[in-house]
Design a protein around this ligand. Structure first.
Ligand code: PLP
Length: 341
């Protein structure tokens, strides 16, 4: 990538500074906020009787901070609010209060490149079964934490251009009418199984389809579509056009950034069903997520994607994607000194 070395070496040097501060700042490894109190990340605990933990009755979101700037924070908070509404949850803090709290936490931690997680749970129950009315009336909890930036695909793999994926055969994506994938959720049973399968087959990442591909080949195979993977959206590039699923996936904020990159670069993109065969015939493939950005895949099911190298369109999108992190339209700087004071 044109700017990959530059971006990663500046990041490594900020990371070294952060690591040097960890012996004196108890929050530099991470900071958590639970019911109005902050804790060093390793001292933070969730109460055992929170329905979020007991029933995965929660939603969450993950914004990021890059070089001291929150990236698309309002887009993440808007999606969290939509998810809460669909789940009949209410975050106990308003959006401005959440933003103020996150900025203060970030300043206290000194972390410049951050993975930020907000989780809204149903709240605490007693130790007995609850009626739907009682569940609806629980007071919902918010948990927030900030840790150093997390990479779904490490900088080393991105630099080497050797990201590999498989089409999962042992599991397919939970159907949208069972769990609405536009609600960011932690019912990761299918995604975790997919990760184990990818690892067993010597690859880094699973791509899940919408129906079972393990069945004997037959008519149905032509109806199989790509959905998403363990924490990322999937983008296929064919004949200079991007294709990514319209439905059955999380509407990723990074995916939106990819569309913004396309608009800027004059590259067309299509949101529609993405048949499985398109993945096998792709010129280029990448995955995208907040924790890692635009992540090239050059091997699928053990075979080269295109010529087996990171392709020219992925490269251009990668560069613009990281540039957006410094633009006022998409990001704002946190004043670490002012927030700490
Ligand atoms: N799909 C799933 C299942 C995810 O968990 C995620 C992120 O965690 C994404 C897609 C990408 O979403 P975003 O770009 O908003 O981080």
């Amino acid at each position: 990538m044109a700017t990959m070395h530059e971006i990663f070496s500046a990041y490594q040097s900020r990371l070294s500074d952060l690591e040097a501060s960890q012996s004196t700042n108890p929050f530099a490894k991470g900071i958590a906020w639970i019911q109005g109190r902050v804790y060093p990340i390793h001292e933070a605990h969730i109460p055992m009787l929170d329905q979020g933990f007991l029933h995965s009755d929660l939603t969450y979101d993950v914004p990021s901070v890059w070089q001291g700037r929150f990236f698309r924070l309002d887009d993440h908070l808007a999606r969290l609010e939509r998810s809460c509404e669909k789940m009949r949850l209410r975050a106990p803090l308003s959006r401005p209060a959440i933003k103020r709290t996150l900025c203060a936490m970030l300043a206290r931690s000194g972390i410049q490149d951050a993975f930020v997680e907000l989780i809204v749970t149903r709240g605490l129950t007693g130790v007995r079964g609850l009626s739907a009315d009682e569940v609806a009336n629980l007071s919902n909890n918010l948990y927030m934490f900030i840790v150093p930036y997390v990479w779904v695909m490490s900088p080393e793999v991105q630099l080497a251009g050797n990201g590999s994926a498989v089409i999962a055969r042992t599991v397919h994506r939970t159907p949208p009418n069972c769990m609405d994938p536009t609600i960011k959720n932690l019912q990761w049973g299918d995604l975790t199984r997919g990760m184990f399968e990818a690892n067993d087959r010597g690859a880094g990442y699973p791509f899940l389809t919408d129906v079972d591909v393990s069945e004997p080949k037959g008519e149905r195979q032509s109806d199989v579509n790509i959905t998403e993977g363990s924490g990322f959206n999937i983008v296929i590039i064919k004949d200079n056009t991007l294709y990514t699923p319209r439905k059955g996936v999380l509407e990723g904020v990074t995916r939106q950034s990819v569309f913004d990159c396309c608009t800027r670069l004059g590259v067309p993109y299509v949101l529609d069903k993405v048949p499985l065969r398109m993945a096998y015939e792709a010129d280029e493939i990448f995955m995208c997520t907040t924790a890692g950005g635009v992540m090239p895949i050059t091997q699928l099911d053990g075979k080269a994607v295109g010529d087996g190298k990171v392709g020219p369109i992925t490269t251009r999108i990668w560069d613009v994607y990281w540039r957006l992190h410094y633009e006022e339209e998409f990001s704002f700087a946190v004043d670490y000194e002012d927030e700490r004071g």
